[in-house]
Design a protein around this ligand. Structure first.
Ligand code: G6P
Length: 616
C-alpha cells in the first residue's frame, strides 16, 4: 500500500519519479505528490487529490525541474483524501520532506509530544509526525542521516520512509522498519533509484538491492550505503531480477487485468519450466531448501494467505491432502497469529502471496519462525520479503509482474505451484510412484494449451453475458469440493471490480440460507465440470431453476445434459479433477472483467482497494 519512488542522478528527476509512480499506482490511488529539488528553483512540491493523472495535469501547468527528488502515491490510512494529507510532508522548517508507506502505530503519542514542543500540524496524517520528528532531530544533529536514525528509533509499526533535506541535496535517506512493504534500490552508472516495488525502476536497471527490516540507506549518485538503524555497516549483493520492462507495461491491451488474463497460458508454462522430468516421473523444485528427509517429517501444513491467494490455499489443501496425504489447515493470515496457533514440531507453514509483501502473511511467517516451524513461500515477486524470509525456500511463480489489482495470472500460477509442491511432497513421502507422477505431469503440460482454449471460448460469451446481466445487484456463485474455492474466487472477482454484491457458496449449503435470495433477477454461476459430484451439482442447479434463478454454468466440453439445464454454458476442456480449478476460474475472471467494463468501472484500480496490502 502506498507507492514510493526516489531518484538521485543526472536525468530530469520528475520523469523518473512520475514514471515510477505510474508503475506503482496499483499500490494506492487516493492522491499523489512529488518533491523535486534544483539549486536554482529550490524545493518544488506538487500534490494532487485523486489518481496520478491529476498530478500529471498539475505538473503540466506548474512544471518542476531538478536532478533529485521523490514521489508518492497514497492509499489513505490516517486522514481523508485531501491535498493537505497527500505526501510528501514537510517539517516545520520546510527544508525537509518525507514520504512514507506504513502506519506509525504510536503517532498520537508522538504527535502529542510534538504539539507540546510547539509544532503545528497541517494534516491528519501519521506521516507529518515523522517529518516533524526528523526536522526536530535535524536541528540538534545538523545532518539528515543521524536525524533519521533518531526519528526511526521512536516509530512503532511497519514503516518505510524516504527523506530529503535541501541542505544535503546530493542524497536521499531511506529506512525500513518492520514489514511495511518493500524498499528496493537500483544502482546504475552515476544514478540511483529507490522504490517500493521492482516495476517502478525496471526501465533503468535489473540489479536490485532489497532493504531489510531495521536498515537505513544513504542514496547518492554513487549508489547506496546501507547500515542497520544502529549504524552497523551492511554488505548486500544485488539480486538480478529477470523481468523486463515490457512485462510491466500494458502494451496494446486496454487494461492490465485483460493483459494478465491473456498471459495465463504463458504463465502456466513458466511455472512448470525446468521443474518437471516427465521421463523419470519426478518434480524438481530448485529453490526448495527442504530435502526428502525434511519433507518426510512434515505431518501438518498450515496454508496461510489473504484474498485471492487464500482461495489458492483452499485449493492447495485438496491437492496436498490427496496427493501427499498430509493434513492441511488453511488460515486467513490476518487471523492466524491472533488465534495462538499450536503448530507442533512436525509442521510446515505454506505462505501463499503474489506480492510477497502482504503484512499479515509476513506476520504469519514470523509466528511460524517463533515456534520453530519452517516456512515455504509460494510467491511471485522476485526478492520480496516473503521470498527472503522463507527458510524452507521460495517457490517462485515466475508469472512476471502482476499490476491489475484483481489477481488473475498469479492465482492460476499459484494453483499449479501448489500442485507441483504436492507432487514433490508425495514423491518424497512415497505416496506417489513415478508412473503416477508421470500422469500428473502429462496433465500439467497440457494445461497451458487448455487455458488458451478456455480464454478464446469465454471472451465472446462473457461479453454477451455482461450485456445481459450488468444491471444485476447481486450474484451467487456455487461450486462443490475443489471448485468451492473457485466459487469464492469468482464472487470476489466480481465484487471487487464491478461492485456487484456477490457471494460464493458450497452448492450443497445453498439450501441452508442463500436459496432465499434466489429470484428471477439473480444470476447464479454454477461450476459443474464432470467430476465425482457432478450429479449432485446438477440437482443443485435444478433447485436454482425451480426458484427462477438464471443459471450460468461452467461445465465440461460436450456436456449436453448441463446445456439443457442452464441458461448459459461456458465449456472447459477435461483435465484431472484437482486441476479443474485452473480452467474453471478463467471464465469467472473474464465474466467479472466484462461486467466491470459494462458498468463503467475502473477495472485495474477499483475503488478503495490496493494491490499490496502492507498495513494490518
Ligand atoms: C489484495 C489484492 C488481492 C490479493 C491480496 C493478497 O487484497 O487486491 O488481489 O489477492 O491482496 O495479496 P498477495 O500479494 O499476498 O497475494
Amino acid at each position: 500500500m502506498c507507492g514510493i519512488v526516489g531518484y538521485v542522478g543526472s536525468r530530469e528527476a520528475t520523469e523518473v519519479v512520475v514514471g515510477g509512480l505510474q508503475r506503482l499506482e496499483y499500490r494506492g490511488y487516493d492522491s499523489a505528490g512529488i518533491a523535486i529539488f534544483d539549486p536554482d528553483c529550490g524545493l518544488q512540491l506538487r500534490r494532487s487529490v485523486g489518481k496520478l493523472h491529476n498530478l500529471v495535469l498539475r505538473l503540466g501547468q506548474e512544471p518542476v525541474t531538478g536532478r533529485v527528488g521523490l514521489g508518492h502515491t497514497r492509499w489513505a490510512t490516517h486522514g481523508n483524501v485531501t491535498e493537505e494529507n497527500a505526501h510528501p510532508h514537510r517539517d516545520a522548517s520546510g527544508r525537509i520532506v518525507v514520504i512514507q508507506n506504513g502506519i506509525v502505530e504510536n503517532y498520537l503519542e508522538l504527535k502529542g509530544r510534538l504539539l507540546e514542543l510547539g509544532y503545528h500540524f497541517h494534516s491528519q496524517t501519521d506521516t507529518e509526525v515523522i517529518a516533524h520528528l526528523v526536522g526536530h532531530y535535524y536541528r540538534e544533529e545538523e545532518a539528515l542521516e543521524p536525524a533519521m536514525r533518531r526519528a526511526m528509533a521512536e516509530l512503532r509499526g511497519g514503516n518505510a520512509v524516504v527523506a530529503f533535506c535541501v541542505d544535503e541535496p546530493d542524497r536521499l535517506i531511506a529506512a525500513r522498519l518492520g514489514n511495511a512493504g518493500g524498499v528496493v534500490i537500483g544502482a546504475a552508472a552515476g544514478e540511483t533509484f529507490i522504490a517500493s516495488d521492482v516495476p517502478a525502476i525496471l526501465d533503468y536497471t535489473r540489479e536490485m538491492i532489497f532493504l531489510e527490516d531495521r536498515e537505513l540507506a544513504v542514496i547518492t549518485r554513487q549508489g547506496a550505503a546501507i547500515t542497520t538503524l544502529n549504524g552497523a555497516p551492511v554488505t548486500r549483493r544485488p539480486v538480478s531480477v529477470p523481468w523486463d520492462p515490457v512485462s510491466a507495461a500494458r502494451g496494446d491491451y486496454k487494461h492490465f487485468m485483460q493483459k494478465e488474463i491473456h498471459e495465463q497460458p504463458r504463465a502456466l508454462m513458466d511455472v512448470l519450466r525446468g521443474r518437471i522430468d516427465q521421463e523419470a516421473g519426478q518434480v524438481h523444485l530448485e529453490d526448495l531448501r527442504l530435502d526428502d528427509a525434511a519433507l518426510r517429517q512434515v505431518e501438518r501444513i498450515y496454508a496461510t494467505a489473504c484474498g485471492t491467494a487464500w482461495h489458492a490455499g483452499l485449493v492447495a489443501k485438496f491437492m496436498i491432502e490427496s496427493l501427499a496425504r498430509v493434513r492441511v489447515e488453511v488460515d486467513y493470515a490476518s487471523e492466524f497469529r491472533y488465534r495462538s496457533p499450536v503448530l507442533g514440531s512436525d509442521a510446515l507453514l505454506l505462505a501463499i502471496t503474489q506480492s510477497g509483501e502482504t503484512v499479515d502473511t509476513l506476520a504469519a511467517m514470523e509466528e511460524a519462525r517463533a515456534q520453530g516451524v519452517p516456512s515455504v513461500a509460494i510467491v511471485n515477486a522476485i526478492g520480496s520479503q516473503a521470498a527472503r524470509v522463507a527458510d524452507g525456500g521460495p517457490l517462485y511463480l515466475h508469472a512476471g509482474p502482476e499490476i491489475g489489482v484483481a489477481s488473475t495470472k498469479a492465482f492460476t500460477s499459484m494453483l499449479v505451484a501448489a500442485y507441483l509442491f504436492a507432487l514433490r511432497l508425495g514423491q518424497a513421502r512415497g505416496t506417489l510412484r513415478p508412473a503416477q507422477i508421470r500422469e500428473h505431469l502429462q496433465a500439467l503440460v497440457e494445461l497451458p494449451g487448455k487455458a488458451a482454449t478456455v480464454i478464446e471460448r469465454a471472451l465472446p460469451i462473457c461479453e454477451d453475458l455482461a450485456e445481459h446481466y450488468y444491471r444485476a445487484s447481486d450474484a451467487l456463485f456455487l461450486g462443490r469440493q475443489v471448485n468451492y474455492p473457485i466459487a469464492l474466487e469468482g464472487a470476489l472477482k466480481l465484487k471487487e471490480i464491478s461492485y456487484i454484491h456477490a457471494e460464493g457458496y458450497p452448492a450443497g449449503e445453498m439450501k441452508h440460507g442463500p436459496i432465499a435470495l434466489i429470484d428471477e433477477a439473480m444470476p447464479v454461476v454454477c461450476i459443474a465440470p464432470r467430476d465425482a459430484i457432478y450429479e449432485k451439482m446438477i440437482s443443485n442447479i435444478e433447485q436454482v431453476r425451480a426458484r427462477h434463478g438464471h443459471v450460468i454454468a461452467i461445465g465440461t466440453e460436450g456436456d449436453t445434459l448441463l446445456a439443457s439445464k442452464a441458461d448459459h454454458v461456458i465449456e472447459v476442456p477435461p483435465t484431472l479433477p484437482l486441476l479443474q480449478p485452473v480452467l474453471t476460474v478463467i471464465p469467472l475472471q473474464i465474466f467479472a472483467y466484462y461486467m466491470a467494463l459494462r458498468r463503467g468501472c475502473d477495472v485495474d484500480q477499483p475503488r478503495n482497494l490496493a494491490k499490496s496490502v502492507t498495513v494490518e
